[in-house]
Design a protein around this ligand. Structure first.
Ligand code: FE2
Ligand code: FE2
Length: 368
């Protein structure tokens, strides 16, 4: 079914064109790659997988409760609007929220694919081009999977959120080659990753859990790539150049924080915008969610060497400064492990059956 028939809100023109800026760069040095980056490239190749096969698409999903979200996590819970809703309305609202959230994931993944391809084009070093080519494929797979989930299991999509689109545009319009890394790998992906993680760890529904665990296994490599590349590069920049990057990060973080309210969903249910914003602002659950969303960005920004006074102050104001101390390496290692564990659980039963079959064949062969 055409996606345009499934949008809960008119997404406008079918194409969004961002004029390309900056240079395409070729490197004639093919043999001087950084070992750590080449090892990551190797890992990127080794860990390719197919979303059509690895994910069990036969699992059923209830579109009116796709994630098993508790009522308290809905921003209008406890308000007069909520009190007026019957079970059917509440199911409908859950469907819209899940559709909105996964649609933002989907649009973000398309953005990640475009940015990874842009990095292949513009980054000066060949090792980074090679790696980013594997990431481009990873992001294509993620976009494919989220699109299939939304089309087949939820049956509804939302257009890209204004703030997300605005940050994507800023990221792609900038001609400096490190900006797609900073905007996409650090900000947009860092935030998405935290959101994926919160749903992965709280949902009791097997299909979204598989999707998120496997996507996150890939994202752990993407974050490692952004950190390696930017840490090396930012050591060479002047203070003024670093401050420019920090301004970009501050602005991007505010944009991202405000994109997370899902106000457009509530508007669709007849709740006036100002009121919807207030409910989202007041919701304790959302306040916690918003903070946790920065758990991956703040330590990453600090790690790549963007930790000036203004940026620190912005994080203090947002109440997320302490997250700078969380251990990114540990989080990433856990993401990879969780996906492997899930595989092990799922395939242990299959493997057992396969071994039994082989043994049977061998026995049959020995007897004949
Ligand atoms: Fe992705
Ligand atoms: Fe990614």
């Amino acid at each position: 079914m055409a996606t345009y028939d499934l949008y809960a809100k008119d997404p406008g023109a079918p194409l969004w064109q961002v004029p390309a800026t900056g240079a395409a760069r070729f490197s004639w040095e093919y043999d001087e790659g950084r070992d750590r980056l080449l090892a990551l490239y190797q890992k990127g190749k080794d860990k390719q997988w197919d979303g059509q096969k690895r994910i069990d698409w036969d699992l059923e999903v209830d579109p009116y409760d796709p994630l098993g979200t508790p009522d308290e996590s809905i921003s209008i819970y406890g308000t007069p609007y909520w009190a007026r809703m019957n079970d059917r309305d509440k199911g409908e609202l859950r469907k819209h929220f899940a559709s909105w959230q996964f649609s933002q994931f989907l649009h973000g993944e398309q953005g990640a694919m475009v940015c990874a391809a842009r990095i292949v084009e513009s980054v000066p070093d060949l090792d980074a081009k090679l790696y980013s080519a594997t990431q481009t494929m990873d992001e294509a797979r993620h976009a494919e999977i989220y699109a299939r989930f939304l089309h087949e299991k939820i049956g509804m999509l939302y257009p890209v959120n204004d703030n997300l689109q605005s940050l994507l545009g800023d990221t792609l319009r900038d001609s400096r080659w490190d900006m797609p890394y900073l905007g996409m790998q650090v900000l947009i992906e860092g935030l998405a990753l935290a959101a994926f993680g919160m749903i992965r760890d709280t949902t009791d529904k097997p299909l979204p859990k598989q999707i998120l665990a496997y996507v996150m296994q890939d994202e752990a490599r993407h974050v490692a790539f952004g950190r390696m590349a930017l840490r090396d590069y930012y050591k060479q920049l002047t203070d003024a150049e670093l401050r420019e990057r920090e301004e970009f990060v501050i602005e991007g973080c505010y944009l991202m924080r405000d994109r997370l309210r899902g106000v457009e969903v509530l508007e669709n249910f007849g709740i006036p915008k100002a009121e919807a914003e207030e409910y989202s602002e007041r919701s304790e659950f959302l306040a916690l969610f918003r903070q946790l969303l920065f758990s991956r960005i703040v330590p990453c920004v600090k790690d790549i060497g963007l930790w000036g006074k203004r940026l620190q102050q912005a994080y203090v104001d947002m109440g997320v400064f302490d997250m700078g101390n969380s251990n990114l390496d540990l989080l990433m290692a856990q993401d990879e492990e969780l996906a492997e564990q899930l595989d092990a659980e799922r395939f242990a039963a299959e493997e057992k059956a396969r071994v039994a079959e082989v043994e049977e064949a061998i026995n049959a062969g020995a007897e004949s």
